[in-house]
Design a protein around this ligand. Structure first.
Ligand code: GAP
Length: 516
């Protein structure tokens, strides 16, 4: 199946099974805004919890915060967002579609990279064991020509970004003959800067109302509370402050489902360190965060680091953790060494000291900050994409298949389904009793409608790790069958063991232990 088709199927599946709905759908929807359904909200809560436990509960020197979305407007002047939180946009005059100029160029470079990969795969197949990829890459004329194009465009692109040279960005698009991906037209406007912050006004009377912004990142709430937390919690550097919450960006190009939304959720942590130690901690958090991603079991080979071509105005090192989605490698998390930029700016704009007194050094300083910033919605999409599977069932001569979400059990929205085999003979009463016990520990679902096979399929489709079936034997000997989502194997167990078996598999504790 083509990867783009797979992506479309995942989106359709997410809607059909109550994970993600387009927002305001009965009014024809709103672009780049989505609602999470009954299963989506559970999965989202579980991902958020796993992040929180790994970052806050498991680290004695990281504490939480929940700051307001509305903040003093000067905060965004201090942070540089009013002046510099821009994307370069370009319009196609024929299709009237709007694009990010930098993304058009990145997509062009990606296309050339994919061409090289294809050449390598083809040649590896042709030459078999004797294939020497290094030699091939350094001698094949088509590869060399594409690599030269990549290097030249990449160099111009990085320089244009560094110089904020919008004319050069347009010139690259023209020189590379980049066309509108939808219409194929090359009739472009000039490139313009576009600020991504939403604004609104606070105050009931329009002439006294003042303009405020919806926060484009949660991080600034942490910076402005740095000393409140440090003093009230008697925190000693190095320490971190973490929070999760909504962020808002007026994205130019809204596409790729929940990958790029206008209202989304971030999970961020700012780690405050002595000046000069930031790069050591940057490496530490890079590795720690990659370990967290890989702990989910969605395929270690599907992750990579991607260092930034252009550092943000506040950073002296930055990398992204990317996941290999069906639409290619995309950023899920950013790790940034933000220097002392933000705290220094807030000290300047607020007139309040943002310094920390270090007892060990007997000196005051403005700490440096290493940030880990992950999009909860992108993480949700990572879990969906990494666990969606169409599986052919092994029945002789059958072309039956199932769609199963092999979501890591501790993240699954429903942990166990309780299913009476039939709707009569007192089986529902026994099932209800079991359900009432299990729901004290797990998110459970009770289902008695349709054949047992169809009910198993529905639970597979939402990723439920276990189904417990109550049959006639249950009434005789207090046993039930427990079915494993991944192997589809059923085992007969005493009812009183059910809780422990489920617990063993769905508990996040084992995961957290592995993280160390
Ligand atoms: N405080 C730093 C910061 O906000 P960022 O790289 O702009 O850094 C961090 O954003 C993460 O937030 C990204 O890695 C991504 O997962 C998520 N994110 C950013 N913009 C998003 C959008 N429009 N829709 C969904 N997630 C987004």
């Amino acid at each position: 199946m083509a990867q783009e088709d797979l992506f479309k199927k995942i989106i359709a599946h997410a809607k059909e099974y109550g994970f993600v709905f387009p927002s305001s759908e009965i009014y024809d929807g709103m672009s780049a805004v989505y609602d999470y359904g009954q299963n989506g909200v559970e999965l989202k809560n579980n991902i958020r919890r796993y992040w929180w436990d790994a970052m806050v509960t498991m680290n004695e020197n990281v504490v939480g915060l929940d700051s307001a979305i509305f903040m003093h407007p000067d905060i965004w002047k201090a942070s540089g967002h009013v002046d510099a939180f821009n994307d370069p946009l370009i319009d196609n005059k024929d299709s009237k579609k709007r694009y990010r100029a930098d993304q058009l160029i990145e997509d062009y470079i990606d296309k050339l990279r994919r061409k090289i990969e294809k050449e390598v795969t083809k040649a590896a197949k042709r030459f078999g064991d004797s294939f020497d990829s290094e030699q091939f890459l350094s001698t094949n004329p088509r590869v060399l020509s594409n690599q030269e194009k990549i290097d030249t465009v990449h160099k111009r692109f990085v320089k244009a970004l560094e110089d904020d040279d919008l004319e050069e960005l347009k010139q690259i698009i023209l020189d590379c003959e980049i066309a509108d991906p939808e219409s194929g037209s090359r009739n472009w406007t000039d490139v313009r800067q576009f600020n991504l912050m939403f604004d609104t006004s606070i105050g009931s009377v329009s002439d006294t109302a003042s303009k405020i912004y919806l926060r484009p990142e949660t991080a600034q709430g942490i910076f402005v509370n740095f000393l409140n937390v440090q003093k009230s919690g008697r925190m000693k550097i190095p320490f971190g402050i973490a929070q999760t919450g909504k962020a808002f960006r007026n994205e130019i190009v809204a596409r790729q489902f929940i990958m790029r939304m206008r209202e989304f959720e971030q999970m961020e942590m700012q780690f405050f360190v002595p000046p000069g130690e930031e790069l050591k901690w940057f490496e530490y958090w890079k590795e720690t965060r990659m370990r967290w991603h890989k702990s989910l079991g969605l395929g270690g080979e599907n992750y990579r680091f991607h260092d930034h071509d252009k550092l943000a105005h506040y950073a002296n090192a930055a990398t992204d953790i990317e996941y290999n989605f069906p639409i290619g490698f995309k950023e899920v998390e950013g790790i940034h060494s933000r220097t002392d930029f933000d705290l220094t700016q807030h000290q300047k704009f607020s007139g309040k000291k943002m310094q920390y007194f270090d007892n060990d050094l007997n000196a005051s300083y403005i700490p440096f900050v290493v940030e880990t910033s992950i999009g909860l919605d992108r993480m949700f999409l990572t879990v969906l994409a990494g666990s969606y599977l169409e599986e052919k069932l092994e029945k002789e001569g059958s072309d039956e298949q199932r769609i199963v979400l092999k979501i890591p059990p501790f993240l699954a929205p429903v942990k166990v389904a309780v299913l009476p085999l039939v709707k009569k003979d007192g089986l529902p009463d026994v099932a209800r009793k079991i359900m009432n016990e299990l729901k004290l520990d797990f998110n459970c679902q009770y289902e008695e409608k349709d054949s047992i096979g169809r009910r198993y399929r529905r639970q597979d489709a939402i990723g439920t790790p276990y189904c417990i079936t109550i049959d006639h034997q249950t009434k005789d000997d207090d046993t039930v069958t427990i079915r494993d989502r991944d192997t589809m194997k059923q085992e007969r167990i005493p009812i009183k063991q059910a809780r422990d078996i489920v617990q063993q598999k769905v508990s996040a504790q084992n995961q957290l232990r592995k993280l160390g």
